[in-house]
Design a protein around this ligand. Structure first.
Ligand code: ADP
Ligand code: MG
Length: 240
């Protein structure tokens, strides 16, 4: 598939609203969120816990639906897609990385990365080649035979990223991908996103509450009580 041009929109959200009811009390998780991610762009959404970041990412991933508003993926309204179109979208156009790496403990790094290709019915030879490419990209081919427990947290997250991109999706979604990592590994993961965006032309939408990582993103938005605003860098905020 040809990648869309940079000037186009890969994903756009239009006035997303989402509330949760806890008993009779309404929690407004999203209050009219508009966001555009372009091809080959690294967008970071920063905001404190409870501000709505996960809700936004889950809706973009099609894991949750908004009460109102739209998600347009390459200008197609996700809400209008059939079940099989949604499956296609999740398998081939989106990769998802979570805070807790989510690797299968009994499988090696290689087998974890290869799994989405098996599910997509890709043949053995191509699986082998593509899993290797993805592990190479995150610098972990030499560790491909290791099980997750034999890898550091940073390495496990890199395997999870390799698994998320092995189907070559145009968009990688990452929800607090550095939440369980120390600052050195956290910087390495954001550095990897930056490099993947530059070298592979994929787009990354990553949520974080760590403002020290934001300098690596092309675009930074701040989620505040369910509203997305342009992030303003405060003096001294990147110290340390
Ligand atoms: P963040 O990822 O920025 O921490 P979330 O999107 O998880 O924020 O949550 C936004 C708000 O919605 C919070 O007030 C949270 O408590 C509430 N919320 C999220 N998920 C649920 C749920 N399943 N049921 C009730 N409230 C929820
Ligand atoms: Mg969250």
């Amino acid at each position: 598939m040809d990648r869309p041009k940079r000037s186009q929109r890969l994903v756009a959200t239009v006035d997303l609203h989402r509330s949760y009811f806890v008993g009779s009390e309404e929690v407004k998780a999203l209050r009219g969120v508009n966001l555009v991610v372009r091809p080959g762009e690294f967008v970071a959404v920063v905001g404190r816990s409870g501000s709505g970041k996960t809700t936004l990412l889950n809706i973009v991933a099609g894991l949750d639906r908004p009460d109102s508003g739209q998600v347009l993926f390459q200008e197609r309204d996700v809400a209008q897609m059939t079940e099989s179109e949604l499956t296609e979208l999740r398998r081939h156009e989106l990769g998802f990385v979570f805070q807790s790496f989510g690797l299968l403990p009994l499988l090696s790094a290689f087998e974890n990365v290869e799994l989405p290709l098996r599910i997509s019915g890709v043949g053995a030879k191509e699986r082998n080649q593509r899993a290797r490419e993805a592990l190479d990209m995150v610098g972990l081919w030499p560790r491909s035979r290791h099980r997750p427990y034999e890898l550091s947290g940073g390495e496990q997250q890199r395997v999870a990223i390799a698994r998320a991109i092995v189907n070559r999706p145009p968009l990688l979604l990452a929800d607090e991908p550095t939440g369980e990592l120390d600052s050195v590994n956290a910087r390495a993961i954001f550095g990897l996103f930056k490099q993947m965006v530059k070298d592979q032309g994929i787009s990354v939408l990553a949520a974080t509450h760590d403002s020290t990582l934001l300098a690596m993103a092309d675009q930074v938005k701040e989620m505040h009580d369910g509203s997305l605003i342009d992030h303003v860098v405060q003096k001294g905020r990147f110290r340390g």
